[in-house]
Design a protein around this ligand. Structure first.
Ligand code: FEO
Ligand code: CA
Ligand code: CA
Ligand code: CA
Length: 622
């Protein structure tokens, strides 16, 4: 029984005992036995991040915590400042029409401007030039089509505008008088949309399921869309991840049979309101039944060559890809960790066949290798299960790359609470994943009928808050099968709950949040956590305010709120300037329910934006 919320939720912490941070659901015995407590990890982080280890606890984060709020602006700590770098529909070329708040633009203007709903992003360097690659995940239809009575696309140009607001925006930015802005007309500026030609590479290239009337060889897809999180390869390319691709397909003939292989990915007779099939037969599965098999992949883009053709890397599997975290194994093979963001789907890793050698050809490294799905045992151990024709019963590696969910189901991997971003510690073999929430945990199977029992890394039924799970590969080698795992945090609300919904002890009334989503490490080994959850600030979410960004210390487990976003936004992508003095943050879908005018205020429409955050003293922040 709780006697005092202060006493119960804000205990004295010991930096030397991570197990004390785990309030429930984690067996202390398993942590100690399997060596994934703080002691073991301190050795790694303490050795490799001496600056952090040497700092006084009060200085570990370099900022004072920001309080939760429901303001329609960005709140950063005292001593920090922010400004907007670019907004949805800002022209990337000087010949493009400026944003029109009445019409909300046309197909033609949108094709020459920043897409909507910025999500994953990475900054690249070309000499002294700064090139930003930004995913434009989806569109806020009520805002993009605010000029239509239905708030939906009503004609072919509306569809053209919608397709052009998706994809990836690549553009140069520069800083003048401490403010970053878009360099219009830079030769680096480029839009990749739902209509851009993309090479299909890897095992699924040419497969009969990827052939269509307009691409009879199954080698060139048109477009990439619903690009969610991202990744960066050691050879300097950008990885963009196709997530909810099912929402764009529909069937003009309601008798169209949807095979179970497509039903598993959520393909239905109706789309989510994008109406692309009304203007493009590719999205009508009654007319182009194979088109959905050409989406759900990771796409590799050379951000420094605007003439390069993006490559769909089918070897990385087909799922609702969240992000793609790239590391190297001990023998320098390329390892890519990936989440499939749907309730009860799986966590994956790809291991390349060939090692990466600096300076050697890299154009087939992500085309040949093995996919694995994660199996997490209740005792804190786990293993990566290889997806092969022998283990899955599927007939070829191409089939595994196309029907990846079915392959993972066949090997009985662990159904997870919606895996979002994966982030690997830069200074040691430890990997973190956000499991954002899963209201069906313990209540409903996944789309494939696989059970979703309560336990292991998914310890709460009707999980409304989410958790961050981490694992350490055996021998410190990302290439091996075995690993140990534990929780970094179970999110919750210790203000109103005193059962497992309070979360782990490192979640307090001062830092609480729900639905962790984006996740990135800085070079100092601090974990930057972004949320995409309920912002009602009431009921189970009372006191949590708007979506936000927090920083976690892997060594102590401490979490501190760094930033609060504007109303109804999600805090999405994150990347740093090369000198680490600017943090670029994605503010996605502010006013998703009509309750924001960010960033321009007044009665301006809300616009997804990329903002820059810096310290007033100009020091590094990552
Ligand atoms: Fe696009 Fe799973 O977030
Ligand atoms: Ca998003
Ligand atoms: Ca996400
Ligand atoms: Ca999310």
């Amino acid at each position: 029984m709780m006697t005092s919320s202060e006493e119960t939720t804000c205990p004295e912490r010991s930096d030397s005992d991570f197990a004390r941070l785990i309030k429930r659901n984690v067996s202390r015995r398993s942590i100690l036995e399997h060596g994934i407590g703080l002691g073991a990890f301190t050795l790694v982080a303490g050795t490799l991040t001496p600056r952090l280890a040497a700092a006084e606890p009060a200085d570990r984060f370099g900022f004072a915590a920001v309080k939760a709020n429901r303001l329609d602006t960005i709140t950063v700590p005292t001593g920090y400042n922010w400004h907007v770098v670019a907004r949805w529909a800002d022209p990337l070329w000087s010949d493009a029409a400026p944003f029109d708040p009445i019409s909300r633009g046309t197909g033609a203007s949108q094709e020459r401007a920043l897409g909507d709903n910025c999500d994953g992003m990475m900054l690249f360097q070309n000499g002294a030039k700064n090139i930003l690659a930004v995913n434009n995940e989806f569109v806020n239809r009520a805002h993009l089509y605010a000029n239509r009575w239905s708030k939906l696309p009503e004609n072919a140009d509306d569809v053209r505008k919608g397709k052009a607001a998706h994809g990836i925006s690549i553009f140069e930015i520069e800083t003048k008088l401490d403010r970053w802005k878009v360099v219009q007309d830079s030769p680096h500026n480029r839009r990749i949309t739902a209509d851009t030609a993309i090479d299909i590479r890897g095992p699924a290239r040419g497969h009969s399921l990827l052939r269509t009337a307009t691409d009879p060889d199954g080698v060139t897809a048109l477009g990439t869309f619903n690009n969610c999180g991202c990744g960066r390869t050691p050879w300097g390319t950008y990885l963009t991840c196709e997530e909810n691709f099912n929402g764009y397909f529909s069937a003009s003939d309601t008798d169209t049979v949807i095979p179970p292989e497509l039903a598993r990915y959520g393909i239905k007779h109706r789309d989510w309101g994008y109406a692309w099939a009304s203007a493009d037969n590719r999205f009508d599965i009654a007319k182009t039944p194979n088109e959905p098999y050409r989406f759900g992949y990771v796409v590799e883009i050379d951000p420094l060559d605007p003439t390069s053709t993006p490559q769909k890397r089918t070897a990385l599997g087909r799922m609702k890809h969240e992000n793609a975290e790239v590391v190297l194994s001990a023998d320098r093979r390329v390892v890519v960790y990936m989440g499939d963001d749907e309730r009860g789907e799986y966590l994956y890793k790809f291991v390349s066949e060939a090692p990466y050698t600096e300076g050697s050809a890299t154009n087939t490294l992500l085309d040949r290798g093995t996919l694995y799905a994660g199996k997490f045992n209740d005792d804190g151990r786990g293993e990566w299960l290889a997806l092969t024709p022998e283990t899955t019963g599927l007939s070829s590696s191409a089939d595994i790359c196309i029907h990846t969910r079915l392959a993972a189901s066949a090997v009985k991997a662990t159904t997870m609470d919606r895996p979002e971003w994966v982030a690997a510690h830069p200074n040691g073999a430890e990997v973190y994943v956000c499991l954002t929430n899963n209201k069906f945990r313990g209540r409903k199977p996944n789309r494939g009928g696989d059970p979703t029992p309560v336990g292991g890394p998914n310890p709460r039924a009707r999980n409304i808050y989410g958790q961050i799970v981490r694992w350490r590969p055996d021998d410190g080698d990302h290439g091996v099968a075995g690993f140990s795992w534990d929780f970094f945090a179970l999110a919750g609300n210790p203000m109103i709950h005193d059962d497992d919904r309070a979360g782990t002890k490192n979640v307090t009334p001062e830092n609480m949040f729900n639905s962790p989503d984006g996740l990135s490490f800085d070079t100092q080994g601090r974990l930057w956590i972004r949320t995409d959850g309920k912002n009602t600030n009431s009921g189970d979410f009372e006191g949590q305010g708007n979506n936000q960004m927090l920083v976690g210390d892997p060594a102590s487990g401490e979490i501190r709120r760094f930033m609060v976003g504007p109303r109804e936004c999600e805090v999405s992508g994150l990347t740093w300037s090369t000198d680490k003095k600017t943090l670029f943050v994605g503010i996605q879908h502010p006013g998703a329910k009509g309750g924001s005018h960010f960033p321009d205020g007044g009665d301006a429409p809300p616009r997804s934006s990329i903002v820059a955050i810096a310290r007033d003293d100009g020091e590094v922040i990552g």
